[in-house]
Design a protein around this ligand. Structure first.
Ligand SMILES: C[S@@+](CC[C@H](N)C(=O)[O-])C[C@H]1O[C@@H](n2cnc3c(N)ncnc32)[C@H](O)[C@@H]1O
Ligand SMILES: [Zn+2]
Ligand SMILES: [Zn+2]
Length: 360
């Protein structure tokens, strides 16, 4: 039997009885919402608005907000500059009344829309990024938590053998089974003084100077530094590829603490040896295989094949990824493609919900 979901006192159980359905016209995508006009017109029918009699005059919210990001809902999905919906609820309550319509035209992960819905308001959430509206849609969709947990456990069991293979490594303390938590990659540059190739990870941070003579922290070549020379490694210089430099792993064999790490140039010879024999060897093994699951290879922002530069972030020689899959390491891309494939092929009641909760 799959485990039942347990709720700590801190965690809100939003949809206590029967899971409510989202209203008609609910939409997320990269095109204008075809139902938006009808939604607003319906709202105006129920809440007629006349600017002549509008006497809205709420003073600015001026109280400190005590909040936490440590909630299951907040942690459902990360986002740039994400705000806790619990804090936003206080603004919603202050500035609006139940039944009002709240608009967030830069919704990001949807915290404002969620806060509005929890407080009994209606919400319109807009973002130019379809990823943001996808996350928002799932953030705001009421789900049966037990059903979701069951679907998640089922999916987890299906993908586990392959995911275990992708991330398996060994603990350098007991020699037992371990799982890779994360791998740090570092870009390699060439030192203009000693001409040696240097990963940025190894550079020494020292006080340097800007061209205008102001003090600033710079990254110095570790080889030259040993000879009392502070030679700056500039990240604008030629790049020689990113290499794995650090692995954080979890021992599955009982070591305490469970987590530990090792480096490619670890001063401990055992750690250095394990890094090469297990971490690097696994990456190499994966590199030598073809990902057996479909993943999108679309150009970023669907730019035409003959277009060389596009998007506000494009810089010659720097933001040089071209396709969506280039944003991931091969191992992570493999795992995501695997999870996606199983989620889509299963009989899950709400695949969007599952993919959303799995950060895909
Ligand atoms: C800082 S994030 C918002 C984060 C949000 N408060 C949350 O808690 O997740 C800003 C958002 O504005 C969106 N954005 C930027 N320019 C936009 C535009 N012209 N129209 C719509 N959305 C835009 C970005 O895609 C991004 O998702
Ligand atoms: Zn161990
Ligand atoms: Zn040097």
């Amino acid at each position: 039997m799959p485990k039942k979901v347990s709720y700590s006192a801190k965690q809100e159980y939003l949809f206590k009885e029967k899971t409510t359905a989202m209203p008609e016209g609910y939409y997320s995508g990269d095109q204008p919402n075809p139902n938006l006009r009808a939604f607003v017109e319906q709202h105006l029918l129920e809440n007629p608005y006349d600017p002549k009699t509008d006497d809205y005059d709420i003073p600015a919210f001026d109280r400190p907000i005590d909040t936490t990001k440590a909630t299951a809902i907040y942690n459902m999905h990360t986002y740039w500059s994400k705000k806790p919906h619990d804090a936003i609820r206080q603004y919603i309550k202050h500035y609006t009344k139940p039944g009002d319509l709240v608009l967030d035209p830069f919704c990001g992960s949807g915290g404002t829309a969620l806060a509005a819905l929890i407080e009994g308001r209606k919400a319109i959430a807009i973002d130019r990024s379809p990823a943001a509206t996808f996350i928002t849609k799932n953030y705001c969709t009421p789900v049966d938590a037990e059903e979701l947990q069951e679907a998640f456990e089922e999916l987890k069991a299906k993908v586990k053998p392959e995911v275990d293979w992708l991330y398996e490594t060994k603990c350098d303390r007991c020699g037992g089974k371990a799982t890779t938590g994360y791998t740090v990659y570092s870009q390699v540059f060439q030192c203009p003084r000693c001409l040696r190739k240097v990963p940025l990870f190894d550079c020494i941070e020292v006080e340097g100077w800007t061209q205008a003579g102001k003090p600033k922290k710079i990254k110095a070549c570790p080889h030259c530094y040993k000879k009392d020379q502070e030679e700056e490694i500039k990240t604008t210089g030629d790049k020689f590829g990113a290499i794995p430099v650090l692995v954080s792993y979890q021992c599955e064999n009982g070591c305490k603490p469970k987590r530990n790490e090792r480096r490619y140039n670890d001063p401990d010879p055992v750690k250095k040896d394990y890094f090469e024999r297990y971490d690097l060897a696994k990456i190499k093994e994966i590199e030598g295989k073809t990902i057996p699951h479909w993943y999108p290879t679309d150009r970023m922002m669907h730019a035409p094949e003959d277009q060389e530069c596009w998007g506000v972030k494009w810089r010659a020689g720097t933001s040089n990824f071209r396709t969506v899959d280039e944003l991931f390491t091969k191992r992570n891309l493999w795992a995501l493609a695997l999870i996606r494939e199983f989620a889509l092929s299963s009989h899950f009641p709400n695949t969007d919900m599952l993919l959303g909760s799995m950060k895909i």
